[in-house]
Design a binder for this molecule. Structure first.
Ligand code: NAD
Length: 406
C-alpha cells in the first residue's frame, strides 16, 4: 500500500510535467533537510515507565523557518510526518507566507493518557527537540489531537530548557499565553474564504448542501461557519459514527450533544449511520476534515459530491484526483484550502516577535485578502494550464520555492 509520502511524490511528479523545473531542483525536493526521531520516556501515573517515539521532519526552509504542526496519533510514523512536512513546504509557499515546511508527531493514542501523562509527554517532546526548534529555526503548532494547552506546556518547557521566553517558538497557544485571536477557527475560516472566492466559478449554488467528514477542530468550525452563512450541513461524522439530516443538522445542538456524550452518534436531530459511508452521501460540497487517504481509486466512484474542499491533509489520493477531474468534480486542494491555519499561525508568530496583539477583525481581514488572492491565482493558473487546481497550486508553490532556493 502506498504511503502518504509516495502520494506526495506522485503529486510532485504529476505537477512538474506542466512547467519546467530542473531535474536538480526536483531531486532536492524529494528529500527532507532533516528527519529526527527521538525517544520520550514518560513516568505514568502508576509509577511505570513508557517510552514513546517522537518525530520532527524539517523538509525545506528556503522561504523561512520550518513551520508545521505536531500530531498525536497511534498510526503516526516518520513516513506520515515526512509527507505532511513536504505538504507544509508547499502550503506555506501557496499561502505566500515567509515560512518553510516541517511537521512533528508522536506515535500515541492520547485518549489513553491522563492529563498529567499528556503534559509529561508534551514537555518530553519539547525537551528532546528544543535544540532544533526556535522562533527563527522551526516553529511548531497544533495538529490532530494536539491543543492550545499542549502548545502552552511546550512553550513553557522551551523557556525552561533554553532560557528564551519569547512565545514565538510555537504557535496555536492559548490567548493568555501569547496566542492570536482567530487561531482556533482559522483553518475552517480560511477554507471558507477560498470557497466563497471560487464558489460561482466552480458552478456551485448559492446555498450548498454540505457534508463534512470529521467534527474536530477543522470540521466542527467548518460546520459552524458554513451553516451560519446559510448553507445546509446535511451530514457529518467523527471516528465513531455519522449523522445525517437532509433538512440540515442543527450544528449548535450537535456540538452540545458531542460535548456531553463524546460522539455525534445518537444525535436526536438526525439519523445515525456508519461513519465509513459518510463521503458517499449526496451533496454539493464534500469537506473531508479528518485524516488522509479517505477518497481512493477503490471508492471514488461512489462519491456523489459536486465539489470537494480538502480541510484535511491528503484526503484524496492522486488516482482518485484523476477520476474526479475526468468527471468534472473540482477538488480544492489541501495546500490551498486549509492554509488559513498556518497563515494565522504566522500572524501569531509575527505578533509575538513584535510584541503586538491584533484584534480578531484585523486577523480575519488580512486572512481574507490573502486567501482570496491565492485562490483566484490558482484558479486562473489551472485554466491557463488546462489542469486541476492541485497541479496549478503545486506549480505556483514550486515556482516560489525555486525562486527562494536560487
Ligand atoms: P481533530 O483531532 O480536532 O479532529 C479530527 C476529527 O476527525 C475528529 O472529529 C475525529 O473523531 C475524526 N476522525 C478521526 N478518525 C476518523 C475516521 N477514521 N473517520 C471519520 N472521522 C474520523 O483534528 P483537526 O485539527 O480538526 O484536523 C483534521 C484534519 O485537518 C487533519 O488532516 C489535519 O492535518 C488537518 N488540518 C488541521 C488544521 C488545524 O488548524 N486544526 C490545519 C490544517 C490542516
Amino acid at each position: 500500500m502506498p504511503t502518504p509520502f509516495d502520494h506526495a511524490m506522485n503529486q510532485l511528479e504529476r505537477a512538474t510535467k506542466l512547467a519546467f523545473f530542473s531535474p536538480e531542483f526536483l531531486e532536492r525536493l524529494r528529500y527532507p533537510n532533516r528527519q529526527i526521531r527521538v525517544s520520550i520516556p514518560v513516568t505514568m501515573d502508576d509509577g511505570s515507565l513508557r517510552v514513546f517515539e517522537g518525530y520532527r521532519v524539517q523538509f525545506n526552509n528556503a522561504r523561512g523557518p520550518y513551520k508545521g504542526g505536531i500530531r498525536y496519533h497511534q498510526d503516526t510514523d516518520i513516513e506520515e510526518v515526512k509527507a505532511l512536512a513536504f505538504w507544509m513546504s508547499l502550503k506555506c509557499a501557496v499561502a505566500n507566507i515567509p515560512m518553510g515546511g516541517g511537521k512533528g508527531g508522536v506515535s500515541v493514542n492520547p485518549k489513553t493518557l491522563s492529563a498529567g501523562e499528556l503534559e509529561r509527554l508534551s514537555r518530553g517532546w519539547m525537551r528532546a527537540l528544543a535544540d532544533v526548534v526556535g522562533a527563527h529555526k522551526d516553529v511548531p503548532a497544533p495538529d490532530v489531537n494536539t491543543t492550545p494547552q499542549i502548545m502552552a506546556w511546550m512553550a513553557d518547557e522551551y523557556a525552561k530548557v533554553t532560557g528564551e521566553t519569547n512565545g514565538a517558538v510555537i504557535t496555536g497557544k492559548p490567548l493568555d499565553a501569547g496566542g492570536s485571536e482567530g487561531r482556533g477557527t482559522a483553518t475552517a475560516q480560511g477554507g471558507f474564504y477560498v470557497f466563497e472566492a471560487l464558489r460561482s466559478e466552480l458552478g456551485l449554488p448559492e446555498q450548498c448542501r454540505v457534508v463534512i467528514q470529521g467534527f474536530g477542530n477543522a470540521g466542527e468550525h467548518a460546520a459552524e461557519i458554513w451553516s451560519k452563512a446559510g448553507h445546509k450541513i446535511v451530514a457529518t461524522c467523527d471516528s465513531k459514527a455519522a449523522v445525517r439530516n437532509p433538512d440540515g443538522l442543527d450544528i449548535a445542538a450537535l456540538y452540545v450533544h458531542k460535548k456531553s456524550t463524546g460522539s455525534v452518534a445518537g444525535f436526536a436531530g438526525g439519523e445515525t449511520f456508519e461513519g465509513s459511508e459518510l463521503c458517499f452521501e449526496p451533496c454539493d460540497l464534500l469537506i473531508p476534515a479528518a485524516l488522509e487517504n479517505q477518497i481512493r481509486q477503490d471508492n471514488v466512484g461512489r462519491v456523489q459530491a459536486k465539489a470537494i474542499l480538502e480541510l484535511a491533509n491528503g484526503p484524496v489520493t492522486p488516482d482518485a484526483d484523476d477520476a474526479l477531474f475526468a468527471r468534472g468534480v473540482p477538488v480544492i486542494p489541501d495546500i490551498l484550502a486549509n492554509s488559513g491555519g498556518v497563515t494565522v499561525s504566522t500572524f501569531e508568530w509575527e505578533q509575538n516577535l513584535n510584541g503586538e496583539h491584533w484584534s480578531e477583525a484585523q486577523v480575519f481581514e488580512k486572512l481574507k485578502t490573502m486567501m482570496e488572492r491565492e485562490a483566484v491565482g490558482i484558479l486562473n493558473r489551472s485554466r491557463e494550464l488546462k489542469t486541476d487546481l492541485r497541479r496549478a497550486a503545486f506549480v505556483i508553490a514550486l515556482e516560489r520555492i525555486k525562486d527562494a532556493m536560487k
